[in-house]
Design a protein around this ligand. Structure first.
Ligand SMILES: [Zn+2]
Ligand SMILES: [Zn+2]
Length: 335
């Protein structure tokens, strides 16, 4: 009897852990986590300030960060996100946006026969795949960027996104500290723009093209994930001035989490930083900066898991009612 109950539970836990740590499309894939440790080790030996007394283990896992209550809340919210994705509380939306090829087919159907590609008999070459991979990555990345931009500018979207920014310390688990609505909007916009990009490319190219892959996932995202776990961490990794004009470095995302006024509403990008340049909100640090993470005193954080999940609905409905309340007020407005 108990076995009947335990068996599905253990297989569910095993498959969840497998999808988090053993799939290369997950940012916590074991190889990306190994890259995190390798870069952290390199930073200890080559970039540690001479005055630092920290041991190697303290450098990797500082006790004041990993025992902070904010990390416990990160993990609780991550658990909720796993439930949402796995057991489909937002199932309808995930069914629609989660099946990428089904979505592109639906868009083709919607546009009618004129948009069906004039089929080319030539097999796509390597450069076709390079172009398709670049265009698809740009579409998905712009989807993430534009929704993230709106989440900071529109008050009722900010009510949900604030859950992510209420983290007072950053660890790789903070990447999953998102309200399910926030998470769904970001992923949904990215997948929708990716599907539209695929439809347009296929229409003009004449045939379907596969993207370039590395470790069975998109090649560009695979390389991005090698350093992505440092974005939410205590470790500072900047790419320098020129590469940061194209790619968002982990340091640039930490600037995004900073509560300093000069960092307010900067660096919304995920892979590419030129979107931030286009929208005049790019901030490339020239030197290491001391950062405080979390929310400004005028922007109240959420207390605990239930508050983080429930209060954004209450706040956003209050703001949705009147369009005058849609613009997010800067926390420095009254100071
Ligand atoms: Zn943000
Ligand atoms: Zn973040």
């Amino acid at each position: 009897m108990i076995i009947d109950f335990i068996q599905p539970l253990t297989s569910s836990v095993t498959s969840t852990l497998h999808s988090i740590f053993m799939l290369s499309s997950s940012r916590h894939y074991w190889l990306y986590m190994a890259c995190y440790l390798a870069i952290a080790t390199a930073l200890y030996f080559y970039a540690k300030p001479k005055s630092s007394q920290h041991s190697f283990i303290q450098h990797l896992f500082p006790r004041q960060i990993y025992t902070h209550p904010s990390v416990i809340l990160d993990l609780k919210i991550w658990f909720v996100i796993i439930l949402v994705v796995k057991f489909g509380i937002f199932g309808i939306l995930y069914t629609i946006v989660g099946k990428f090829s089904a979505l592109t087919d639906s868009i083709f159907d919607l546009l009618g026969p004129a948009w069906q590609a004039e089929r080319s008999n030539e097999a796509p070459g390597f450069m076709d795949r390079v172009w398709f991979t670049l265009i698809l990555t740009c579409c998905i990345d712009f989807g993430f960027f534009i929704m993230h931009y709106c989440q900071h500018k529109i008050s009722w979207l900010w009510a949900f996104h604030r859950v992510h920014h209420s983290a007072e310390v950053l660890t790789p688990a903070t990447a999953n500290r998102h309200h399910p609505v926030d998470y769904t909007l970001e992923a949904g916009t990215a997948i929708l723009l990716g599907a539209i990009g695929t439809v347009v490319f296929t229409r003009y190219h004449g045939t379907e093209v596969d993207r370039l892959t590395l470790l069975n996932t998109s090649a560009i995202h695979c390389v991005y994930y090698m350093t992505a776990n440092l974005r939410h961490s205590h470790l500072w990794l900047s790419f320098g001035q020129w590469p940061s004009r194209i790619f968002v470095s982990p340091a640039m995302h930490q600037i995004h989490h900073s509560i300093d006024q000069k960092h307010y509403n900067k660096n919304f990008g995920f892979v590419f930083s030129f979107w931030d340049w286009l929208f005049r909100c790019r901030y490339i640090p020239t030197t290491r900066e001391d950062l405080t993470f979390g929310l400004h005193n005028n922007e109240f954080g959420y207390k605990g898991l239930i508050d983080s999940m429930v209060r954004p609905f209450r706040e956003s409905f209050g703001k949705l009612a009147s369009i005058k309340l849609w613009a997010r007020k800067s926390p420095w407005t009254n100071t």
